[in-house]
Design a protein around this ligand. Structure first.
Ligand SMILES: [Zn+2]
Length: 396
């Protein structure tokens, strides 16, 4: 876990040190490691030792890496050497010579081998001056998504960043809220560089994290989720991948405190961690609940709106936002929120009770009765709903 210490590489003094090099006896970063091991002269007791390719099986060496970025940089160095090496497989000629004379011959030679999707084939073809219209392996992996995200952060194009998050069909201005949240994160607002330290994939291959260093000093972790074969940003953390695993306990604690009426205690926890989880819906949702308790309705509305913008598939923020709209007699907007909450949690009597109340406020009495009847069927001892139904019977 060398990477968590933030100390610099003892060889170049620039990148972050992430492993101990047995060859030079220093703690180094992956760039220096790549430059050393590319000559295959590292001691093979090292886990990061580069293996020469097995004759007839692979064209390029393999080695352990901690990220796709590291692998690509290793391959770039390898390719730069490889293209100038006379090879037995090519009757003593170099790849460069063949490609210069006959691009087709070079391509068909390459295609005899299994080329892994993670191999930077585009770089190899570019170095060989080969132009091809054949489709190259896709580059929609977590690290390239993180790379594109940070390109936009560094050029301060906040409005373009919401495209990295799940599409939000509930809030028409979700993108504006996401841009506002991101723009107000100091670490992003001051970001001039983002370097990948390592990357990890969950066992089911649908969650990934990319651990980065911003401006050569700040820990940052991006969590991504694969949805419809596309990597989307799930959340950003001002911290290490360990903070991702710590959040469940944290939010459970906040929810427990609030359930016991300890709102100030809960708020102090939220305050301590709001910078660590800046675009996590939970932080904004629980802040909303706190402001609602403190009777700060405008702040509560802003916080719940942010939670919905970040996570539209969670019933609780929708329910709370709907209640605030109801209090302002904004029945149309409230109805959108309650309907969506009901779609996500169809058997929630509290949602149904409020959906009924919203219909009632709009004068749609039949729909109100239907929602309340459903709520009572789910929870026969739900007194407020029974009272609502009695009220309705008197009205008619
Ligand atoms: Zn270095």
């Amino acid at each position: 876990m060398l990477a968590l210490k933030k100390e610099r590489c003892q060889k170049c003094r620039d990148e972050r040190q992430i492993r101990f090099c047995l060859r030079i006896g220093k703690a180094i970063g992956y760039r220096c490691c790549n430059k050393l091991r590319v000559d295959f002269k590292c001691p093979n007791e090292c886990n990061y030792y580069a293996h020469t390719p097995q004759e007839d099986e692979a064209l390029f060496p393999s080695c352990k890496v901690d990220s796709r970025t590291e692998l690509h940089e290793f391959m770039y160095l390898t390719i730069d050497r490889w293209i100038h090496q006379p090879m037995l497989k090519l009757d003593g000629r170099t790849a460069r010579e063949i490609a210069r004379k006959d691009q087709e011959e070079m391509l068909s030679f390459l295609l005899q081998y299994q080329i892994p999707a993670s191999f930077p084939l585009d770089y190899l073809l570019k170095r060989l001056n080969i132009t091809t219209h054949a489709p190259l392996p896709g580059i929609d992996d977590p690290e390239s998504v993180a790379g594109r995200f940070f390109d936009l952060v560094i050029s301060r194009r906040w409005d373009d960043l919401s495209a990295f998050y799940t599409e939000n069909t509930i809030l028409p201005n979700a993108g504006k809220y996401i841009a506002e949240i991101l723009q107000n994160i100091p670490a992003l607002n001051k970001c001039r560089s983002a370097t990948v330290i390592n990357c990890g994939l969950s066992e089911d291959q649908i969650t990934a994290y990319v651990y980065l260093e911003l401006n050569g000093k700040t820990d940052w972790t991006m969590v991504l989720r694969k949805v419809d074969d596309k990597w989307q940003v799930k959340q950003n953390l001002l911290g290490t991948p360990q903070d991702y695993f710590a959040q469940n306990d944290l939010f459970t604690q906040v929810a427990t405190d609030m359930a016991q009426g300890e709102f100030e205690k809960a708020e102090s926890v939220l305050y301590r961690f709001k910078d660590t989880y800046p675009d996590t819906a939970d932080i904004h949702y629980y802040y909303g609940v706190y402001h609602q308790w403190a009777k700060q309705n405008a702040k509560a509305e802003q916080a719940f709106t942010r939670a919905v913008a970040l996570e539209s598939n969670w019933a609780m923020p929708l329910l709370h936002l709907g209640l605030l709209y109801m209090a302002d007699r904004k029945f149309e907007q409230a109805l959108t929120m309650f309907r969506e909450a009901d779609r996500i949690e169809p058997d929630n009597p509290v949602v149904l009770n409020n959906l009924g109340a919203c219909y009632y406020g709009r004068g749609e009495l039949n729909q109100a009765r239907e929602a309340w009847n459903q709520a009572v069927a789910l929870q026969p001892d739900f007194t407020p709903v029974r009272q609502n139904l009695e009220l309705l019977d008197r009205d008619v």
